[in-house]
Design a protein around this ligand. Structure first.
Ligand code: ATP
Ligand code: MG
Length: 216
């Protein structure tokens, strides 16, 4: 595909890449994606569910196709949000650096890639595969998360290639996690307004998360 535009004549020049387990996607994810899109003037934010989060090491509660289906429902009303199943089409585990290489090859060198991470995930970045390549392929949009401090000095010591390659964004600071959503569903507490309505319906219709709320 080379450097040819892939999404028509108005090909994006700044693309956000938002990876995660999304088990399930919740309004914290969506509000953050929108905040980063706005703050960095991104043309699109691609939601890339992981086949298996390498550092989590446990299978997710919902099947990959179900996590993707919920992302599709959640992204439907935002033209800038693009569900991307590229990690699900490859054998697990998914490594972000390989995903970014794929997107770099697909979009070409003219496109700025921004990888979006919460402060909790950003703290783990030094342990990620080929992190120096990762921060060279993409800039990082690190978003604050309640209860998870991010230390820029520690980060730059651990990942020298990351210096000058990230921005720290305040974000809407929603103290919400997929673990909390799963736990609520398992204990029959409401999740209305915590996930998009279509996602709430899907969880109910598919009978997701009724057991084993502890993982994650
Ligand atoms: P789990 O509880 O299963 O770990 P999660 O809510 O942390 O779910 P993930 O799919 O693990 O969601 O996270 C995907 C990305 O979104 C990560 O970079 C994570 O830091 C970020 N993220 C998720 N929820 C929030 C939030 N409320 N505030 C900031 N970042 C968040
Ligand atoms: Mg998480």
């Amino acid at each position: 595909m080379g450097t040819a535009p892939v999404d028509g004549p108005a090909a994006p020049v700044r693309v956000g890449v938002y990876g995660g387990t999304f088990d399930p996607v919740h309004i914290g994810h969506l509000a953050i994606a929108e905040e980063v899109r706005w703050a960095l003037a991104l043309q699109q934010v691609r939601f890339v569910p992981a086949a298996l989060q390498p550092l989590k090491g446990v299978p997710p509660g919902a099947a990959p196709v179900q996590r993707l289906a919920m992302i599709r429902l959640a992204c439907a009303d935002n033209p800038a949000f693009v569900p991307d199943d590229l990690e699900l089409r490859r054998p697990p585990p998914s490594y972000t650096v390989e995903t970014l290489e794929h997107l770099r090859a697909r979009f070409g060198s003219g496109v700025e890639l921004w990888f979006i991470v919460g402060a909790d995930a950003a703290r783990e970045l030094p342990r990620w595969r080929r992190v120096a390549d990762l921060v060279t392929l993409a800039r990082l949009a690190i978003v604050e998360r309640p209860g998870h401090a991010f230390d820029p000095i520690a980060f730059e010591q651990a990942v020298p290639a990351g210096a000058g390659r990230y921005v720290l964004l305040q974000g809407p600071r929603l103290d919400l996690s997929s673990t909390e959503i799963r736990r609520r569903v398992a204990t029959r507490r409401p999740v209305r307004y915590l996930v998009p309505e279509a996602v709430r319906q899907y969880i109910a219709d598919q009978g997701l998360y009724h057991q084993d709320p502890a993982h994650g």
